[in-house]
Design a protein around this ligand. Sequence first.
Ligand code: LMR
Length: 497
Amino acid sequence: MAARFAQIPVLPLDEAFAVTAEFKADAFPQKVSLGAGVYRDEGGKPWVLPSVKKAKEKLHQTPNLDHEYLPIQGSDPFLQLARDLVFGDSSLPSSNSSSNSSSSPSPGSGSGSRSKDNTKPQTKNVISFQTISGTGANHLGAQFLAQHLRPKHVFISDPTWANHHLVWTVAAPDVVQKTYPYYHPASRSLDFDGWLTTLENEAVENDVVILHACAHNPTGIDPTREQWEVLAQLFKRKRLFAFFDSAYQGFATGDLDMDAWAMRHFQTVLFGSGPEPKTETKTKTESETESSATAGNDDEVVVNVQSSTQHQQGHPGLCIAQSFAKNFGLYGERVGAFHLSLPLSVSPAGAYSQLLRLTRAEISNPPLFGARIVQTVLSDVDLRAQWQQDLQTMSLRIRSVRGLLRKAIEQQQQQQQQHQQQQQSSSGSVATAITDWSHLESQIGMFSYTGLTVPQVQRLKEVHHVYLMRNGRASLSGVNEHNVHYVAAAIAEVVAQ
Ligand code: LMR
């Protein structure tokens, strides 16, 4: 038996974590990390958001906060707030009703039941589960869709966050992975035609397409609204399943609504606001009783029933993997959510019970602390306002770094050019052309797809102790006023080789 273990091939460590480990092990004082997508402040240090700090203090002062299990699906008040952030619904506390903050659900008080507010007309049919950050949501979604939508293919952008491929390989090995072109290297822009053509020619009904909700990782290039509109129509016509990965809401533009625009637009195009379905309170069947009892759910299951079957042949649905790692700076707490949006005509009870089953088998029930922090911030008017300011702080700093770095690299290259021109007159060699670095500023979000080649990235590390991903992706929060000239000089040097 031991021999079998000895034969296990050794896999390379995931690149984002390998780069971080190499950086940590480097003793060079001026080393710079532009590897993993984590926010750093102006001093190059991890930043605990002031809103998060205050939420922790508030939790600390809350008497009798227990440490009981959450229900399998997670904290329902947290999920409601997380869902509202995605879909922009009106149950958010408004700044003119501060009483909401005290009447908001207490942290960790998940009842285990789905929303029972049947007074509002229902325009959406969304099931939400708390997950182990965005990765857990991607994983749960892949498993669930592989089993219950049974797509032939999953389409993933080329390039993408590397974990998309791994998650689908591990969680849904029978679904064939295909890529769609996303990036046009020569023009450093979106390959929208290639993307459309691939989906048009190769995707079939119920195929899953992974979409980055905003701040595409790694390119920092998002479709325009007009392009999203074209895509949504294509998804509707071909009945493709949109799987949004939303890891950067609030980070791309600093505006939560703008960053959620694509997801909300797809929701509207695929399902419309729809006729109000007849809502029926159904007595639980035996199997539903069993699954909800496992969830600690003593309530009736509320399902929406629409007599017309026309939607049954309609669009299959869409889903969202939501992470709170970046926009709350809660990397280690692993707070996330999976939202499955179904047509109004489809009862969510079956899907809900299957997601309970998958979650129970995988994690039993999700961790409490991070969800408590997010819930505390989102349900308190003042903390929420502070959080929005924190998002501005982060996104504005990265935007300003983009400009600084571009200017500094271009200055370095001008100096190099002057130097080379002087040498050229004596040696006859040709001067290096100045590279255009405008893409540093036009791309958005945490990353820049710099265009640096693998050997250039290697030289940056070995000669200059500047670490980034092999594909040339730079996590720009690692740049600040203190190191920008060092980084720029290093980049200019490797480009000139
Ligand atoms: C990244 O893209 O660097 C981050 O999202 C960290 C990770 O999990 O890969």
